[in-house]
Design a protein around this ligand. Structure first.
Ligand SMILES: [Zn+2]
Length: 128
């Protein structure tokens, strides 16, 4: 009854902290060296069960990017963003890839994750 069909993944799964919807697999991680305004973030090759928001230009640590926020289809919470376009040549590898904010997802080890209180001014990004 109005149940949303969710893609099920198998393996080392990163899932939504709120509704447990599967979002991505550990093997799809490209980099763990990213940062969001709230702490660590991982770059994924592929994520599932997300809705993509409006595109906007955002100034990141590594330059200007066009990004879209991504939302869990299960509960609508913002779980990260997608890189639509990068303006710096050496950042092009991020295009079409996804960031999941670590504190918004449950990892495959099921461990708790505490972000530090480091604040990043403005946008967020990593791997300069
Ligand atoms: Zn969710």
């Amino acid at each position: 009854m109005g149940r949303i069909f969710l893609v099920h993944l198998e393996g080392k799964i990163y899932s939504c902290k709120h509704c447990k919807a599967h979002l991505a697999l550990g093997e799809e991680i490209i980099s763990k060296a990213f940062h969001s305004r709230h702490g660590k973030a991982y770059l994924f090759n592929k994520v599932v069960n997300i809705m993509i928001g409006q595109k906007e230009d955002r100034m990141m640590m590594t330059g200007m990017h066009t990004v879209s926020d991504i939302f869990c289809v299960g509960c609508g919470s913002n779980v990260g963003w997608k890189y639509e376009a990068a303006y710096e040549k050496n950042q092009k590898y991020k295009e079409g890839k996804f960031i999941l904010e670590r504190f918004k997802v449950s990892g495959p080890d099921g461990s708790h994750y505490w972000v530090n209180n480091e604040t990043h001014v403005g946008g967020s990004d990593g791997e300069a």
